[in-house]
Structures are given as structure tokens and as C-alpha cells.
Design a protein around this ligand. Structure first.
Ligand SMILES: [Zn+2]
Ligand SMILES: [Zn+2]
Ligand SMILES: [Zn+2]
Length: 283
């Protein structure tokens, strides 16, 4: 299983163009891996997780094509994970035959995208599906879906404060398994119980709050919480002994230069994500 991190940031990405905070300024000085687009992960060139406003730019910058995409998972409807215009570009392709793209997302994501196209383009769901060559499937925590060569397992995220549905997703193919926990606070007992039946080669963990350890969020993790989740996953076997734990979803309020994040997380056995990071996991 081959993963490409298209975006390792969260929210407005890093830096925020309106912001002159010490982190944003440090990131502007260092550039490179410190610059972070909104979250998206591409697997084997045919499965994408999340489609926020930076995916087109990430693809451009990294030389990635999305014409092979067959499966899209949208974890929740926050704006860094879902830009409804993402689908618009699928209409304009030339000399390209796009395979059907099946989209798995919570029902409120489907509702939002359908309402968006109804309002802006006067397309109903059927028109959207034909025009963008997509098929939409609602999912929720506890469900499993067979998507081509993948098994998708959905787990409850601690995120959204009751205002929206949010899922974590486990992606398994014949070679490996990846657990995507980009946006979540500390996992619930229910989530731990469901995860206990799984073995992953790679887990990406929310590291949104980082070293701001005085701050406890109901929907993101601070550094010690991220580190503790990686340790617990390893100890319980949810993450295989040789598996990789990735700290990700960095925001400018907490994350500055990449090297500083490496110094913070790597001594605890976590790899620090960056845009363009490629990983091959499993057999
Ligand atoms: Zn996010
Ligand atoms: Zn800032
Ligand atoms: Zn979110």
C-alpha cells in the first residue's frame, strides 16, 4: 500500500495568509516541509481521503494525477476536508475517460454537497452523479464497505461537538492497512473497543494542538494525547510492532517550523507528516 500525504495541515493550512503570528512567520522563513496544505491523503493513486480546498494545488505541486480515482472518503464536512467545487473539475476533462468515483461520507456531507449543487448549478442529485461521474454512499461509525480492492471500516471520531457527523476510516487492501485519524480528540471507549479487532501498518493521528499542553479541546489532541494514543495503539497491537505512527493535521496556532515538530514528536516514536511524504506500508 502506497500513501502520499497531499496535505498535512488543518484549517486554513500553514501559514494562514492573514496571520503574522510567530508560527506563520517561522514557516514563511523556513518554507519547504513547514508549508502545509489542508488535509488529504492519496492511497495507491485510486483512493483519496478528504477533498478540501487545497487538493488541486497539492496535486499540481506534487505532480500527482487524480484521473485514476475510484474511491473517495470524506470524513466530515468541515471546510478543510470538503470543498464542494472539488467535483466540478471532473466535468471538463478532455481525452480522458474517468472511472466512476464512489464517494463514502456521513449523510450530512451528502446533504451539504447536494444542496450546494442544487443552489449554485441547479443540479439535483441525479444530475450531479451523471455530470461528475460520481455515486454517493452514506456511511457511519461501525459500518464496513467493500470498495473495489479495499475494505473500509468506519469508526467514531471525537469531533464536531454534536454539530456534525465525523468518522475515522481504516483502509485495508491485500498488502496493508492504514488508519486515518486526522480530526479527533481523545478516542472514546467505544472507538477503542471497535479498533481492538484491527491491526494497522500505519496510523495518522491528530496533532492539532501540539505543545500547547495547557489547552484541552473536545475535538483535537494536544501533544501528550497524540503521543499517548500512539503508545497505546502500539501496546495493544492496533498498530503493528513495526508499524508507523504519524503525527499530522497541524495548524498555525500550534505548529511552526517542521524541524521543531520533529524534535517534539520523534523522540516519542512518531514520524512527523509533511506535504509530499510518500510511505509504502505492509507487504
Ligand atoms: Zn480538519
Ligand atoms: Zn499564524
Ligand atoms: Zn474538523
Amino acid at each position: 500500500m502506497r500513501l502520499t500525504i497531499l496535505g498535512s495541515g488543518g484549517g486554513s493550512g500553514v501559514p494562514n495568509p492573514f496571520c503574522l503570528c510567530a508560527n506563520c512567520e517561522a514557516v514563511r522563513r523556513t518554507g519547504g516541509r513547514s508549508l502545509r496544505n489542508a488535509p488529504a491523503v492519496l492511497i495507491n493513486g485510486d483512493l483519496l481521503i478528504d477533498c478540501g480546498p487545497d487538493v488541486y494545488n497539492s496535486a499540481k505541486q506534487l505532480g500527482v494525477r487524480l484521473n485514476g480515482l475510484r474511491t473517495l472518503v470524506i470524513t466530515h464536512r468541515h471546510s478543510d476536508h470538503l470543498d464542494p467545487w472539488f467535483f466540478w473539475g471532473r466535468r471538463g476533462v478532455v481525452d480522458t475517460e474517468l472511472p466512476l468515483l464512489t464517494v463514502y461520507a456521513p449523510q450530512d456531507v451528502l446533504d451539504q454537497v447536494f444542496a450546494f449543487y442544487e443552489r449554485n448549478v441547479r443540479w439535483d442529485r441525479a444530475a450531479l452523479e451523471v455530470q461528475t461521474r460520481t455515486a454517493w454512499r452514506p456511511v457511519g461509525a461501525g459500518m464496513m464497505k467493500l470498495a473495489g480492492r479495499y475494505r473500509l471500516h468506519f469508526f467514531p471520531a471525537t469531533h464536531g461537538e454534536g454539530q456534525l457527523e465525523a468518522v475515522l476510516v481504516g483502509v485495508q487492501d491485500a498488502h496493508g492497512a492504514y488508519l486515518h485519524c486526522y480530526d479527533t480528540g481523545p478516542l472514546t471507549d467505544e472507538a477503542w473497543g471497535m479498533l481492538a479487532r484491527h491491526r494497522f501498518d500505519l496510523v495518522a493521528l491528530d496533532a492539532c494542538i501540539g505543545g500547547e499542553t495547557g489547552y484541552q479541546s473536545p475535538e483535537h489532541m494536544n501533544g501528550p494525547q497524540t503521543i499517548d494514543h500512539a503508545r497505546r495503539m502500539r501496546e495493544s497491537g492496533i498498530l503493528k510492532p513495526e508499524g508507523v505512527a504519524l503525527a499530522t493535521h497541524f495548524v498555525h496556532q500550534a505548529a511552526g517550523a517542521h524541524e521543531d515538530l520533529v524534535a517534539y514528536y520523534e523522540p516519542h516514536g512518531l514520524t512527523v507528516s509533511y506535504d509530499g511524504l510518500e510511505l509504502t506500508v505492509g507487504e
